[in-house]
Ligand binder design. Structure first.
Ligand code: ATP
Ligand code: ATP
Ligand code: MG
Ligand code: MG
Ligand code: MG
Ligand code: MG
Ligand code: MG
Length: 259
């Protein structure tokens, strides 16, 4: 139907196709739709189901394999993916970038589900939303990631207290009332004195979230007939549970991230 009388409608598509601002870091954030209900329907352990978090990380690795993403950061039902400020992926067309990354993530979530939760059949199809935001400098990008990691900590501390209280017999309303408006040290004290939990000793995966990046590794790719190994540099996706707010992480990975 090329050059048909119908082809003028293509103009409508071009007129609404948003191109992400050049020379800015692009963050694509995906987030599970209605995962409060989804996690409940699939019996996620509260406050943190490690199997579900590991599944999210594996989906993030798949995104890093498929797209020129520098870094991913995930917690709960969300993952943020950072594209380099000079990325040219899909001509920086927002709809292409958001939709392909979000569907790559979702498709892998469904595909890999049975590996991570083998005893829990999927009750219904998980859905993720996606959005893109441009950050004009490395400082603002770092502040964005710091905001997400601080959120991980705040949520995890709150949820750990909440679920301890609920599992100890309090009603949701009572548990909420006990911790509402309290500060960090109160919550730490509550966990320690009432439940014998030292917050700082909870798994780093829960407290710091997951950072996914690509790292060159020397790997054996095959063996010669005489048995000697043949090694090559391979890029591998790795998952870290470390602080990304301070300078140390950024200094250590400056080159790797091309920043
Ligand atoms: P929305 O569609 O607006 O995102 P939502 O119900 O998904 O709504 P979120 O703010 O995204 O709301 O919160 C995610 C929910 O999923 C939280 O309630 C969180 O406890 C739950 N959740 C996600 N991952 C896990 C996990 N690994 N273990 C336990 N609970 C989880
Ligand atoms: P892009 O990522 O740009 O969309 P593409 O390879 O998907 O690249 P399309 O223009 O979308 O390119 O074309 C879809 C391709 O998939 C065509 O080559 C088409 O022949 C093939 N294809 C899709 N569905 C079917 C089908 N049901 N049967 C046979 N071939 C199919
Ligand atoms: Mg939300
Ligand atoms: Mg959600
Ligand atoms: Mg969320
Ligand atoms: Mg097509
Ligand atoms: Mg196609």
């Amino acid at each position: 139907m090329a050059n048909s009388k119908f082809e003028y409608v293509k103009g409508f598509e071009q007129a609404t196709d948003w191109v992400l601002l050049p020379s800015t870091y692009v963050v694509i954030r995906v987030d599970g739709k209605g995962f409060t209900k989804f996690s409940d329907a699939h019996g996620f352990e509260k406050p943190n189901d490690k199997r579900a978090l590991d599944l999210m990380n594996e989906c993030a690795k798949a995104v890093l394999r498929e797209f020129p993403v520098l870094l991913g950061y995930g917690e709960s039902d969300e993952f943020s993916f950072v594209l380099h400020k000079d990325a040219t992926l899909f001509g920086r067309r927002a709809s292409k970038i958001i939709s392909t990354i979000t569907s790559c993530f979702t498709g892998n979530y469904v595909r890999l589900w049975p590996q991570f939760l083998p005893d829990t059949p999927l009750q219904y199809t998980p859905v993720f939303d996606g959005r893109a935001v441009c950050y004009p400098s490395l400082k603002v990008l770092r502040d964005y990631l710091a905001w997400r990691q601080a959120d991980t900590h705040i949520n995890n501390q709150y949820n750990t207290c909440y679920w301890c209280l609920v599992k100890a017999g309090k009603s949701p309303a009572e548990a909420q009332a006990t911790i509402k408006g309290t500060d960090t040290s109160f919550k730490n004290e509550l966990l320690f004195s009432q439940f014998g939990i030292n917050y700082a000793q909870l798994p780093e995966q829960f407290r710091k979230g997951s950072t996914v990046l690509k790292r060159p590794v020397r790997a054996v790719v095959k063996y010669r007939e005489d048995g000697t190994p043949v090694e090559r540099d391979r890029v591998q996706e790795v998952v870290l549970h470390c602080d990304i707010i301070g300078d140390a992480f950024w200094q250590e990975h400056q080159q790797l991230l091309g920043l």
